[in-house]
Design a protein around this ligand. Structure first.
Ligand code: HEM
Length: 507
C-alpha cells in the first residue's frame, strides 16, 4: 500500500505490516508502551512500524538522544475543525515548528524560572494540605480512596492558581456564565480531561483517514463536522466553552493591566507604565500577553495565548498527578522504601521552602524518578527527521517520523538492571545497585530543544506533594491492583485509578 516507504525502509527490521492498517491494530490493542517494548525485545535497538504513517522506532538511550538532539519538530496532526476556532489546533505547542515553536516555547520559560517557582511554593503547600485533609478523612473512615483523584485535584489547584489565579478548590464555584448557564469548576475539570483525551484525536476515524489519505483532508474535515465521531464531537463541544472562557480571562487581564497603568500614570505622569511590568509570580497569562514573535515583533494572537493556557492546564494536570499516583502505588507495595522516604521527610522542616526542596530531599527525588522510569507519563518521544541521516547503521530520509521508545528503554535489562523492580536507590549514585549501565538512560522529560518545558515545576510539585503525603500517613493498596492497569491517551496513566487505604504514619 505504501511501496515508497516499504522500499526506503526495506533493510530495517520490523513486524509484518498489513494492507491499509499497517500495525495499527496491535498498537491500539497493546498500548504504545507494551507494543514498542515487545518489538524492542524482538527486533533490537531499531525497528520500523506503520502506525498512521511509517515510523522508525529507536530503543537505546544513545539513539533516542540522537533523534532528539538533531531534530526539533514532531508530527503535525491534521486539523479537522471548522468555524471560528479552526486555527486553534494550529497553535498547539506540541505540533509547532521552527520560529513559531521557539517563540511560543520562550513564552513558557519564565513560568519555570527559580523566582517564579519560589513564588508558588506557598500555593503548593496549600494544595497539598487540602489533599492531606481528604486523605485524613479517608483514614478516619477506613474507606478505600482513589489517591489519583486526590492528586489530580491537587495538581489542578496548583496549575490553575499559578497560571491564572483561579481558585478551583470548590467544585461548584461558578467561573463564568455562558448564555445564562453557569460554567463551574467541575465542568472545567471535566473539559480539561476531555481536551487531553481528544488532543491528538488519533482514535477518531477522520484523523486516521486524514493520515492515510492526506490529499483528501478537506473531505474528512467536512465529514467530521457533519457526522462527527464521538471524540470529535466532544472536542468541538468543549472548544465552544473553554476558548471563550480563556478569552474572557485575557480580557479581564487586559482590563486590570489598563487600570494599573492608569493608576501608575496618574501617580507618575512622566513614567511609561513600566513599573507594572515586573512579571507577577505565576501569571502565565501576563507573560503570554506580552510575548512577541521573534522575527515579526508581533504579539501572540488571542488564539495562540488561549492555546498555551489550555495546554498548560492539560499537561500540568495529567502528567504530574499520574507520576505521583504511580509513586504512591509503588510505595504502597514497598513498605521498606516508604519507611525510608518518611524518615527523610521527618528529618526536614515541616513546610520546606523552595531551596530546601530543590537542593534537599534526595531520596524523595529518587522515588519520583524511579516511578517515572517504571511508568513514564510521556512514554515515547516523536521527531521528524530534518534531513537525511544515519541512524543505528541505517539511512533514514528527511521528514521520516522517528520515535524514541522511552518506556522500552526504561524497561531494558541491559540498561537498567532488574528493570521491573522499584529501586529508588539506583538514582542516587553511579555505583548504586541497579544504577543504569549507560549515560542519559533516564528519559522521563525527553531530550533536546523540545524536551519538557515544565520538568522543574513538575519535580518541585511532586517532591512537595510526597513530603505532605508521607509525613503523616502510610498507604496500603486495596487488593487486585497488581499489576496496575494502564491507559495510554496522550500520556500514560492509571486506568482505574490507584485505590488505597490510608493509615497512620508507620506501617
Ligand atoms: C511528571 C510530570 C511530567 C512529565 C513526566 C513530562 C514529560 C514530558 C515529555 C516526555 C515530553 C516530550 C519531550 C520530548 O519530546 O523530548 C514533554 C513535553 C512537554 N511538557 Fe512535560 N511532563 C511533565 C510535566 C509537565 C508540566 C507540569 C508542564 C507545564 C506546566 C509540562 C509542559 C510540557 C510542554 C509544554 C511540552 C512540549 C514542549 C515542546 O513541544 O517544545 N510538562 N513532557
Amino acid at each position: 500500500f505504501h511501496p515508497g516507504d516499504r522500499w526506503r525502509l526495506r533493510r530495517i527490521p520490523g513486524p509484518r505490516q498489513y494492507w491499509m492498517i499497517g500495525n495499527l491494530l496491535d498498537f491500539a490493542k497493546e498500548g504504545d508502551h507494551n507494543y514498542f517494548n515487545r518489538l524492542h525485545k524482538q527486533y533490537g535497538s531499531i525497528f520500523k512500524v506503520w502506525i498512521l504513517g511509517s515510523n522508525v522506532v529507536v530503543a537505546t538511550p544513545e539513539l533516542c538522544r540522537q533523534i532528539c538532539l538533531h531534530n526539533s519538530s514532531r508530527l503535525q496532526m491534521p486539523n479537522l475543525y471548522y468555524g471560528k476556532y479552526w486555527d486553534f489546533d494550529n497553535a498547539i505547542i506540541l505540533w509547532l515548528k521552527g520560529e513559531r515553536a521557539r517563540t511560543v516555547r520562550s513564552a513558557w520559560h519564565p513560568m519555570f524560572y527559580s523566582g517564579t517557582l519560589e513564588g508558588i511554593v506557598g500555593l503548593m503547600h496549600q494544595a497539598a494540605d487540602s489533599a492531606v485533609q481528604r486523605l485524613s478523612a479517608a483514614a478516619k473512615s477506613k474507606d478505600p480512596i482513589d489517591v489519583s483523584v486526590v492528586l489530580s485535584q491537587m495538581s489542578l489547584q496548583v496549575i490553575a492558581q499559578a497560571a491564572f489565579g483561579i481558585d478551583v478548590s470548590n467544585p461548584d464555584a461558578v467561573l463564568r456564565e455562558f448564555d445564562g448557564k453557569p460554567y463551574t469548576v467541575s465542568q472545567l475539570i471535566a473539559d480539561i480531561r476531555t481536551a487531553f483525551r481528544t488532543t491528538s484525536n488519533s482514535k477518531c476515524q477522520y484523523t486516521q483517514l486524514s493520515l492515510l489519505f492526506p490529499f483528501a483532508v478537506p473531505l474528512w474535515r467536512w465529514l467530521a463536522n457533519i457526522l462527527p465521531s464521538e471524540s470529535h464531537a466532544a472536542a468541538l463541544d468543549l472548544r465552544n466553552r473553554m476558548i471563550p472562557y480563556v478569552e474572557g480571562l485575557i480580557k479581564d487581564h487586559a482590563a486590570v493591566v489598563k487600570e494599573q497603568d492608569d493608576i501608575i500614570k496618574t501617580l507618575n505622569p512622566t513614567g511609561d507604565g513600566k513599573e507594572r511590568r515586573g512579571v507577577a509570580a505565576g501569571s502565565f497569562l501576563d507573560i503570554l500577553v506580552r510575548t512577541k514573535h521573534k522575527s515579526s515583533g508581533a504579539s501572540l494572537t488571542d488564539i495562540e495565548i488561549c492555546n498555551q493556557a489550555f495546554a498548560m492546564l492539560m499537561v500540568g494536570l495529567e502528567t504530574t498527578s499520574s507520576a505521583l499516583a504511580f509513586a504512591t502505588y509503588f510505595l504502597a507495595q514497598n513498605p521498606d522504601k516508604a519507611e525510608k522516604l518518611a524518615a527523610e521527610i521527618r528529618s526536614q522542616p515541616d513546610n520546606p521552602g523552595y531551596s530546601d526542596l530543590t537542593e534537599g530531599f534526595p531520596y524523595t527525588e529518587a522515588v519520583i524518578r524511579e516511578a517515572i522510569r517504571l511508568y513514564p507519563p510521556g512514554s515515547y518521544v516523536i521527531r521528524a527527521a530534518e534531513k537525511d541521516m544515519q541512524l543505528g547503521g541505517y539511512k533514514v530520509q528527511k521528514n521520516q517520523l522517528l520515535i524514541g521508545a522511552i518506556y522500552a528503554i526504561h524497561h531494558d535489562a541491559s540498561v537498567w538492571p532488574d528493570p521491573e523492580a522499584f529501586i529508588p536507590e539506583r538514582h542516587l549514585s553511579a555505583d548504586a545497585v541497579g544504577a543504569p549501565t549507560q549515560p542519559h538512560a533516564w528519559l522521563g522529560f525527553g531530550e533536546g530543544a523540545r524536551n519538557c518545558v515544565g520538568g522543574r515545576l513538575a519535580m518541585l510539585e511532586a517532591k512537595l506533594a510526597l513530603v505532605h503525603l508521607f509525613r503523616h500517613h502510610s498507604y496500603r493498596l486495596t487488593p487486585g491492583q497488581v499489576p496496575l492497569e494502564i491507559v495510554t491517551t496522550l500520556t500514560l496513566g492509571p486506568k482505574n485509578g490507584v485505590w488505597v487505604t490510608v493509615h497512620g504514619p508507620t506501617w
